[in-house]
Design a binder for this molecule. Structure first.
Ligand code: AMP
Length: 129
């Protein structure tokens, strides 16, 4: 089972943003910027493009709802999305509130946030959904 499946099952804690029948969203624990969210399918599939058309469509529409909420509460020019999947073998979309294109550089040092900051960001995004 992937670490993300264990998060969905509640075996590993996360800063949850939302879930639907087939999708789940939570804060990235090593964020590039404040409000960096991961959106995943509940079905354990490694490669995003191995999802069925319906699953991919559901995931993207779910991501859109989260991105709209992020944009309301996280100061940014726009929310960018990226798919890498080089680390965790469970398909995921990164939703990253961006001020400049440099915010999307995955080689950047990651932010260190306190437990309280993570909680506040998650709560702000949830409230904007
Ligand atoms: P990648 O597979 O290259 O797209 O990167 C995986 C992402 O998952 C990284 O940004 C990690 O910070 C993030 N990540 C890994 N484990 C956790 C976790 N337990 N909770 C939240 N995010 C995680």
């Amino acid at each position: 089972m992937t670490i993300f499946s264990r998060i969905i099952n509640g075996e590993i804690p996360c800063y949850k943003i939302a879930e639907s029948e087939n999708c789940f969203a939570f804060l990235d624990i090593n964020p590039m910027v404040r409000g960096h969210v991961l959106v995943i399918p509940k079905r354990e599939v490694d490669y995003l493009f191995d999802l069925t058309d319906q699953e991919l469509s559901d995931l993207q529409l779910f991501a859109k709802k989260i991105a709209v909420a992020q944009k309301k509460v996280i100061p940014c020019q726009r929310v960018g999305q990226a798919v890498l999947g080089m680390e965790v073998p469970h398909a995921h979309i990164h939703l990253i509130p961006m001020q400049t294109e440099k915010d999307m550089l995955f080689s950047n040092p990651k932010l260190k946030l306190s437990e309280q900051e993570f909680q506040q960001i998650a709560s702000d995004i949830r409230a904007a959904l």
